[in-house]
Design a protein around this ligand. Structure first.
Ligand code: ADP
Ligand code: GN1
Ligand code: MG
Length: 374
């Protein structure tokens, strides 16, 4: 842990505020998220054994209203808890559980103005950075589809928009174009080919939002960040157990959830793979996820929504690519980087995937058509 960082000096102040049990014996950085700072805390219990918790410093530069974000998280997890109990599930493992502060709050603001929150650590789980088998990916599809189904009657209008225009691709395109035009660090010359690729696809950007505005696609409660590493798998059964990282749960299109999972999980390479020959869309994985997602949604999507799922995959991949590229041009201020040109490498894999999806478009459509009546 980098003790030079102010927030690390404050971590102990934060830890003391939460209603945990036992004596703290260990704390260490945890996970591979790009946004929050995550720590695993271990407590020794008086009666023997231990209890672990996830502590997170929320990124309040990105999430401007952490109090609203936590209100969403608490309301959605409480709602899921009731559904899981009614279905005979285990809400301590199948949804996130927020640990309150000692005075009953959902988060704590430390003396340096960092925002902290805590969850129960879900034990005996695995978090995958890459798909290991089509079955894992099918399972994750089922879990995200089921998440969609469980929240189908949740009043979407009561949720706060934690990041406005999060998956509004035309608006992301405008941000991207501004980054290219201002080119504050003079990095655009390092990415000419990628910039041209992205600019030439402007006409696709409104393919879904225009249908939403015309009332042809329904607004739903969506997760919006459905990367494989935002699912925990049960270590024993190997089944997808819990959807995590609920910071961006807000009203959206089902295509956002379907598409973001495909862009991350149906790629043959990692999101930051440097060797683009290793990056393509794996149609077998695309099929596994499509089947799982539609089975999990269990008839809750309209036929128009289903028909447009391939567009969700392409737009979410494209959008993520222009977000990475804009961040590269602006000096890596949003996504955490771990090496030089990391965001440029990430943008390249996304655009390689988009180009491959364009080649495989008919196959993607036939696969979706095959499962449209699930
Ligand atoms: P970020 O927004 O930075 O991606 P996440 O909320 O996804 O943050 O957390 C980062 C990682 O921490 C996850 O990918 C997962 O490995 C782990 N994690 C988060 N919450 C839990 C939890 N309640 N139980 C077990 N592991 C967790
Ligand atoms: C971020 O938080 P994390 O690492 O799960 C980002 C997503 C991107 C993703 C790309 C709030 O997700 O939108 O698709 O990185 N989350 C936010 O890996 O911007
Ligand atoms: Mg995450």
């Amino acid at each position: 842990m980098n003790t030079e960082n102010t927030f690390c000096h404050k971590i102990d102040e934060a830890i003391a505020q939460f209603a945990t049990k036992g004596r703290l014996t260990e704390k260490s950085p945890y996970g591979n998220g790009h946004i929050n700072d995550t720590f695993l805390l271990t407590y020794e219990l008086q009666e023997g054994g231990c209890r672990r918790y996830i502590l997170q410093r929320m990124n309040h530069t990105i999430f401007k209203k952490p109090e609203q974000l936590m209100e969403n998280v608490v309301h959605v997890t409480e709602y899921l808890r009731r559904i899981l109990l009614a279905q005979g599930g285990d809400p301590e493992r199948e949804t996130l559980n927020v640990i309150k502060t000692r005075d009953g709050g959902n988060y704590y603001i430390d003396s340096a103005h960092n925002y902290w929150r805590m969850f129960l650590f879900i034990e005996q789980t695995l978090c995958l950075e890459q798909v290991e088998s089509p079955k894992d990916f099918y399972d994750s599809g089922y879990a995200f589809g089921n998440f969609q189904k469980m929240l189908a009657d949740y009043p979407a209008e009561t949720l706060h928009e934690t990041i406005p225009n999060f998956h509004n691709t035309p608006s992301r395109f405008q941000d991207f174009r501004r980054a290219v035009e201002s080119d504050p660090l003079k990095r655009a010359s390092l990415a000419e080919e990628e910039i041209a690729f992205a600019l030439s696809r402007e006409k696709d950007t409104a393919a879904l939002t225009s249908l939403l505005h015309e009332g042809k696609l329904p607004l739903r409660v969506t997760h919006n960040d459905t990367k494989l590493n935002n699912i925990l798998f049960d270590k024993d059964t190997k089944k997808a157990l819990c959807v995590i990282d609920l910071d961006t749960v807000m009203p959206g299109l089902s295509h956002y959830d379907f598409g973001d999972s495909i862009r991350f999980g149906a790629s043959t390479g990692a999101e930051d793979e440097k060797d683009l020959d290793r990056v393509e869309l794996d149609l077998g994985l695309f099929e596994a996820f499509t089947r799982g997602y539609l089975e999990g949604c269990a008839g809750s999507l309209t036929q128009t929504e289903i028909r447009l799922l391939p567009m969700g995959a392409k737009l979410m991949t494209y959008e993520c690519g222009i977000r990475f590229l804009a961040d590269f041009l602006e000096g890596d201020v949003y996504f955490k980087i771990h090496r030089e040109n990391h965001n440029l490498d990430r943008a390249r894999t996304q655009f390689k995937l988009v180009a491959d999806m364009e080649k495989k478009w008919k196959d993607m459509e036939s696969i979706v058509d095959k499962y449209k009546s699930m």
